[in-house]
Ligand binder design. Structure first.
Ligand code: NAD
Length: 459
């Protein structure tokens, strides 16, 4: 332990609290989760206000994508926690006759949760639900780019928990790195792939296990037989919710050449219905988080041809939902994750060709396919690797507590939500309980014909 790091004493106090075993009982965990749900419900208005100030999120988006999602996660966890905590009985092979085998779900200890700014409430609280459910202590580091939300997360959690149990450390890169320099028992990081590398190297110093919830370019395929009006509506919603600042937003489209014009016409209508004729004036359209991100995104507006949108307001950091056509795979907009309300459209005629293109890129966090043909659906599923996704929808897989959420390859390591969160924040301790009534002698080297006998069982 280093003495000059301000976080070492916090972590030492959490370690000491964890060693009291106080966080482990069902009653303690359930009580902590109920408190969390209650405090969120009691301060719903303040959370909505913070999200409005930080990102101009509408109340509808604040509730549906941040507050409601975590309340549902708490309810689901409370419904099942007792059953999840029970040791799992497993079979015992004949070679182990006389013994019983179980898997115990142990908390790790002190968990560090580092959150991003795009869903700054949900992505700080959802992992915390899993960490608490599994019986851990936790330190939450919200994003500095959404300071009002960071403040409310700190205020709510400090109001209900002692900081030796759950603490909030506010701050930016320095706070994050200060915490990463210390030894904790688990690191849960949500953010960009570049920072994911830094987090994993820090974790390696202490051999700390990590979950990395990262990003990437998530493709969305619209096949020739797709139901176009529905596809357009679901894609417009998936892409422009939170102004495209969603890790699993469709990053770019592959539209079958034969339906391109018809699809763009439907998309135009869907966007107009959702965000009105002038989205820049809309009080419900999320803004870009910072001037740096705004500049990065604005540069993309000069690529290809603007088929829909293209307007922006530098002062208000707003960009209208924009669709770009005449884009090729080599354009700058096709290199990095866009993370904004700009949707490039590429066309195709040969499905296998675009499957191959997708497979040549880093594995995406999500993939979406709009197609009626079962064969096409199967082909895409069988031939691509991605964190998770939908057929004939976007984003919806994220909110099911029964679907583990996470990436693969450079889009992440590990998955959470629902029971997967409990499992992720638990160490699964295998225990064999042996009988003392008898002792089968085969294992001992001095037994006559020992090798011959052991070969009967182990072959
Ligand atoms: P980011 O990686 O810049 O920051 C995330 C967190 O890391 C913040 O709390 C920040 O303070 C901290 N951080 C930043 N630089 C650091 C450094 N050098 N060392 C240590 N910590 C550092 O990410 P962001 O811009 O907040 O979020 C956007 C990215 O997150 C996108 O790539 C997006 O796809 C991804 N994301 C992924 C998920 C998911 O669930 N997989 C969810 C949301 C966002």
């Amino acid at each position: 332990m280093t003495t000059d790091n301000p976080y070492s004493s916090l972590i030492a106090r959490q370690n000491a609290f964890f060693r009291t075993h106080g966080t482990k009982s069902y009653t303690f965990r359930a009580d902590a989760l109920r408190k969390l749900g209650d405090v969120i419900r009691a301060h719903e208005g303040e959370i909505v206000q913070a999200l409005k100030t930080d990102l101009n999120k509408s109340e509808f988006e604040a509730y549906s994508t941040e507050i409601g999602v975590v309340l549902k996660e708490i309810r689901h966890t409370l419904q099942h926690l007792r059953a999840w905590m029970r040791p799992t009985k497993v079979r015992t092979p004949l070679t182990h006759f006389g013994s019983k085998s179980t898997i115990h779900h142990d908390p790790y200890g002190v968990v560090l949760i580092i959150a991003p700014w795009n869903f700054p409430f949900q992505l700080a609280i959802a992992p915390l639900i899993g960490a608490i459910a599994a019986g851990n202590c936790a330190i939450v580091k919200p994003s500095e780019l959404t300071p009002r939300t960071s403040e409310i997360v700190a205020k709510l959690l400090r109001g209900i928990y002692l900081d030796e149990y759950v603490a909030v450390v506010e701050g930016g890169v320095e706070a994050s790195q200060g915490l990463l320099n210390e030894k904790v028992d688990y690191i849960f990081f949500t953010g960009g792939t570049a920072i994911g590398h830094i987090v994993m190297s820090s974790a390696a110093k202490h051999l700390t296990p990590v979950t990395l919830e990262l990003g990437g370019k998530s493709p969305c395929i619209i096949h020739a037989d797709a139901t176009l009006p529905l596809a357009a509506r679901r894609i417009a919603w998936g892409k422009f919710t939170n102004a495209g600042q969603t890790c699993i937003a469709p990053d770019y489209l592959y539209v079958h050449e034969s339906v391109k014009d018809a699809f763009i016409a439907e998309l135009k209508q869907a966007i107009a219905t959702m965000y009105g004729a002038n989205p820049l004036q809309s009080d419900t359209f999320t803004r870009i988080v910072s001037a740096r991100h705004f500049e990065r995104l604005e540069a993309y507006l000069h690529e290809g041809q603007v088929a829909i949108g293209g307007q922006f307001d530098r002062e208000q950091l707003r960009i209208a939902p924009t669709v770009l056509t005449e884009i090729t795979a080599d354009d700058p907009v096709m290199q990095d994750e866009i993370f904004g309300p700009i949707l490039p459209v590429l066309t195709y005629t040969d499905l296998d060709h675009i499957i191959d293109e997708i497979n040549r890129r880093p594995k995406p966090l999500a993939l979406y396919l709009f197609a009626e043909s079962k064969q096409v659906q199967q082909r895409v599923l069988d031939h691509t690797s991605f964190g998770g996704g939908c057929i004939n929808d976007t984003l919806y897989h994220f909110t099911s507590p029964h679907l583990p959420f996470g990436g693969v390859g450079s889009s992440g390591i590990g998955a959470y939500h629902g029971k997967s969160s409990f499992e992720l924040f638990s160490h699964h301790k295998s225990v064999l309980k042996q009988t003392t009534w008898f002792d089968i002698p085969f294992r001992y080297p001095h037994i006559k014909n020992g090798l011959k006998r052991i070969k009967l069982f182990l072959k």
